[in-house]
Each structure stands twice: as C-alpha cells, then as structure tokens.
Design a protein around this ligand. Structure first.
Ligand SMILES: Nc1nc2c(ncn2[C@@H]2O[C@H](COP(=O)(O)OP(=O)(O)OP(=O)(O)O)[C@@H](O)[C@H]2O)c(=O)[nH]1
Ligand SMILES: [Mg+2]
Length: 203
C-alpha cells in the first residue's frame, strides 16, 4: 500500500489535549527504544516524521500523525525503561493508561516487542492489562534484522508459550524491521481492515 500523505498534527501532554476527531486511530506502544517511532517512519515511508533516538526515552508526549487525511498513527512514550527516572516512568505510565482507556476513536494498539529478547515481565504484564481492559491489540516483533533466524524462532516460540498461559487464542503477531521494511504490508493491511470496520460501525 502506498501512503501519499502523512503529516504531523500535534504533540499532546495529556488526553484532553489530543486532536478532536472522529477519524480512526492506531497507537504504537512498547518499551522505550523498542522502535515505535522508527516503525511509524517505516510505515509512512518518511525518514523523520517521528523523532527517533539511540537513547531510550526520546518520545515523551502523545504524537498524532494524520495519514491520507483519513486515519491517525499515534506515537507514544515508551514504558518501563530503567534509565528513565522513576517519576518520569510513572508519568508516562499514567499518560499511556489514560490514553488507552479514554480515547474513543482508538481502534486498536500495536504492542511492540523487541525480537532480540526472551519474554520480559513488563511486556507480559502490559499485555495482560490490555486483556483485562478488553483493549484490542496486535503484537509486533521489532528489529528482526538484528537477530539470526535461530534466535528469532527461539524467542518467538518462548513468547507464544508465555502468552498461552493467559490466552486461549493467541493474539495476532507480526514480525517487523524498520530497516528491511519487513511487516510493512501486513501492518498496513490490518490498519486498512480495522479502519473500514470502524468507519462502518460509526455510520
Ligand atoms: N536495526 C534496527 N534498528 C532499529 C529498528 N527499529 C528501531 N531501531 C533503532 O532503535 C533505536 C530506537 O528507536 P526508536 O524508534 O526511537 O524507539 P522508540 O520505541 O520510539 O523509543 P522511545 O521514544 O524512547 O520510547 C534507534 O536507534 C533506531 O534506529 C529496526 O527495525 N532495526
Ligand atoms: Mg519514540
């Protein structure tokens, strides 16, 4: 899918400052440095639409990007990075929770997981929380270009096993890389399908 138009709309400090819109939107969430902002750039084909950094804790606000004048991609701060101060961690945690629970046009969230690591407690806890709150989500494994197929398969398998402790039917999982553009079409297809369903239900 080609994206012809992608524009930065606004950075918001909290939910009440987010754009007033009925258009469907999709949030990108995950640990600091997992690659949320890079994924938004990869999906839109714009190198620096969302600001990225090698240092965790780069994205500190809720950032709205309007795509094709018809849906939003939302870049969020990361959760749980040890080097971010405790106060900031709490602030980001509250910001993300409030956004997810209260944003009415949020269709679903993409939870990003670093494919280089074994399942991490903080990610599993966050996914369990989404389940408890009945928030629709997909899982995206990032940075797949950085690991060997062997390690990748081992980590994906361990993650699926960990998920199956809580989930009878496993959530959708997509492999991605912002470097090789792996997963781009799959993620955009999901967004397209979800957008159509959302627009139909709003009529
Ligand atoms: N090799 C590789 N590097 C990536 C990929 N995605 C992100 N990175 C790198 O990982 C670092 C963090 O990327 P960001 O997109 O800023 O991560 P983020 O999740 O937005 O981080 P915060 O805003 O701090 O929460 C940057 O140095 C990126 O270049 C990927 O798919 N492959
Ligand atoms: Mg970021």
């Amino acid at each position: 899918m080609e994206i012809n138009k992608a524009e930065f709309v606004k950075s918001s400090q909290k939910n009440s400052e987010c754009p007033d819109t009925k258009l469907p939107e999709f949030g990108f969430i995950g640990r600091s440095n997992v690659g949320k902002s890079s994924l938004i750039n990869m999906l839109t084909g714009r190198k620096s639409l969302a600001k990225t950094s090698t240092t965790p804790g780069k994205t500190r606000l809720i950032n709205h990007f309007l795509i094709e004048d018809s849906w939003f991609l939302v870049d969020l701060p990361g959760y749980g990075y040890a080097k971010v101060s405790k106060k900031d961690r709490e602030k980001f945690g509250n910001l993300i929770e409030e956004y997810i629970l209260k944003r009415e046009n949020l269709v679903c969230v993409f939870v990003l997981i670093d494919s280089r690591h074994k399942p991490q407690a903080i990610d599993m806890e966050f996914i369990t929380w989404l389940g408890e709150k009945q928030v629709p989500f997909n899982i995206v494994f990032t940075k797949s270009d950085k690991v060997s197929t062997n390690v990748l398969n081992t980590n994906l398998k361990a993650f699926a096993e960990s998920l199956s402790e809580d989930w009878e039917e496993l959530p959708t999982r997509i492999l991605s890389s912002s470097v090789t553009k792996t997963g781009r079409e799959e993620i955009l297809d999901y967004i397209n399908d979800y957008s159509k369903t959302f627009m139909a239900s709003e009529k």
